[in-house]
Design a protein around this ligand. Structure first.
Ligand SMILES: NC(=O)c1ccc[n+]([C@@H]2O[C@H](COP(=O)([O-])OP(=O)(O)OC[C@H]3O[C@@H](n4cnc5c(N)ncnc54)[C@H](O)[C@@H]3O)[C@@H](O)[C@H]2O)c1
Length: 482
């Protein structure tokens, strides 16, 4: 019988991990790099099992599992192993006249015991990627994978227990009850990936202990298409980023398209043509697309499609099979902006196209809505690219492609406003789990009497000049000039 996770288990778990942290188990370079290399071994030795778990949970095609989960993880781990010494080294900081003589540095201090709560759609990537950051930064870590991807969750629990140091890295499987018990504990950071709704619950629980959070949330990521674009490539990239990424169940998947009324028929034709080239005449039978994760999400998506003034706007697809949890790639045109499909994150294979008079109106639609996790623009117009990058707020922006910024570790990945707070990937993951400690070294040389009472006008003038680094004024005070 599976043992039920109870409040005392959560408390004991954190106590145990805190003891390891306090004993310094996780702080040294050797421990960190050994654990990272173990994560690499998991990828090397267990890829077929991972692919199979992802197939059980989501019907994810092998290519997507191997590349977008395992290969991306390998990249993250290799980068951390290669850069760890550099990341851990303190950064020298400049000092000022006020503290002269002194030296200063920024020390990257591990936070302590951290909690990672991840989502079901990329269950390996979204679980292990933050754990890489937590370990790199020298923390003890508890991972809580999503219960909605049970095969992946149990494989993660098995493999992390088998490979990693269980005195400092643990997996707790479970759903709301288990997560709630974990959230009652005092953590030094909570890293959460999931919906904005639950993000609010996480932040409220964290506030009780003044625990900092990273919230990797979602939102409605828009795609603007200008008529000055390579339409064939545009269509292919949108399809690859939408249906080719877990069938639209991805946080940076295109949620809706904005284009001009005039150009929209060409956009629709191009999408139809490439969809057929990718998935054939009957996409419901295609093995190259994930299924919907479960019947709740299937019903949620169906409800969106069946809404009045939405169901009659389908121009492509619309087929569904609840038994197989399949929904065909579906394109809709000019659904009402206040419909459910245009108000909530779609997170599935439906793609509305909204047509407007010009591109400025398209940009205005984005600006009038909660800030998305990603915003995309397809154009060859340099001025438009710059205007988009400067005036549209989103977690990240990609011009002329979809979702690929996720694979660039020199770019921070995270949301803004409603799409989240904090970021990770590459060095940003290390930073997310580190405290940047300011350290100033002074000696007993050059002890200036001017900072000590009794105060005088001369001391006041000199101190002000020193704080403002006003060399001329310093000389004037020293030389007794007014
Ligand atoms: N920014 C990113 O990197 C990223 C990545 C993937 C998904 N997402 C977003 O996540 C959302 C989809 O994920 P989801 O929320 O359906 O995933 P989910 O249902 O798996 O939930 C995420 C986590 O929250 C936990 N949880 C659920 N209810 C809870 C509660 N009441 N209290 C505490 N914990 C609870 C779950 O157990 C799970 O571990 C979308 O909005 C998507 O855009 C964001």
């Amino acid at each position: 019988m599976v043992k039920v996770f109870q409040a005392a288990d959560a408390t004991d778990l954190v106590t145990e991990l805190r003891r390891s942290f306090d004993d310094g188990v996780t702080r040294g370079y050797e421990w960190r790099v050994t654990q990272l290399k173990k994560l690499l071994l998991i990828c090397d030795n267990h890829e077929p099992e991972i692919v199979s778990a992802l197939h059980d949970d989501l019907g994810k095609p092998e290519l997507e599992s191997s590349v977008y989960e395992v290969a991306l993880l390998r990249n993250s781990i290799n980068l951390a192993v290669k850069q760890l010494k550099d990341w851990m080294a303190p950064d020298k900081a400049k000092t000022s006249l006020t503290t002269f003589p002194a030296s200063a540095e920024i020390v990257y201090e591990p936070l302590g015991v951290v909690l990672v709560i991840s989502a079901w759609n990329y269950p390996f990537l979204l679980s292990i990627d933050p754990v890489i950051g937590a370990i790199s930064a020298g923390n003890a870590v508890v991972l809580k994978p999503s219960e909605l991807a049970p095969a992946s969750s149990s494989l993660l629990a098995k493999l992390l227990e088998q490979y990693l140091d269980s005195s400092a890295v643990r997996v707790v499987e479970g759903a709301v009850i288990e997560t709630t018990l974990l959230l009652e504990q005092k953590w030094d950071k909570i890293f959460y990936t999931g919906s904005s709704r639950i993000g609010r619950i996480i932040m409220m629980a964290a506030a009780k202990h003044l625990t900092p959070v990273v919230l990797e949330l979602g939102g409605k990521s828009p795609v603007v298409i200008d008529s000055d674009t390579n339409l064939k490539i545009t269509a292919k990239r949108i399809i690859a980023g939408k249906w080719g990424c877990n069938n639209g169940q991805a946080c940076i998947s295109p949620d809706y398209i904005l284009t001009t009324k005039e150009f929209s028929p060409k956009v629709i034709d191009a999408l139809k043509q490439e969809l057929e080239a990718f998935y054939g005449k009957n996409p419901m039978e295609s093995k190259d697309m994930s299924r919907i994760v479960n019947s709740n999400h299937f019903d949620r998506l169906s409800k969106m499609l069946e809404e009045k003034e939405v169901s009659d706007k389908i121009v492509y697809g619309g087929q569904k099979n609840r038994d197989k949890l399949k929904i065909a790639p579906t394109i809709l045109v000019d659904v009402p902006l206040d419909s459910q499909i245009m108000s909530e994150e779609i997170f599935g294979p439906l793609l509305p196209i909204i047509t407007l008079n010009n591109l400025e109106e398209c940009f205005d639609v984005i600006r009038s809505r909660p800030k998305p996790l990603a915003a995309y623009l397809f154009t060859q117009n340099q001025k438009l690219k710059e205007r988009f990058a400067l005036t549209v707020s989103a977690g990240g922006i990609v011009v002329n492609d979809i979702a690929v910024h996720l694979a660039v570790p020199t770019l921070p990945f995270g949301g803004v406003g409603e799409s989240g707070m904090g970021s990770y990937h590459g060095k940003f993951s290390f930073d997310a789990f580190s405290h940047k400690k300011a350290v100033l070294y002074k000696s007993f040389i050059g002890d200036a009497a001017i900072r000590y009472p009794p105060y005088s006008t001369g001391k006041l003038r000199l101190l002000k000049a020193l704080v403002n680094s006003n060399i001329l004024e310093i000389f004037r005070v020293i030389l007794g000039l007014s």
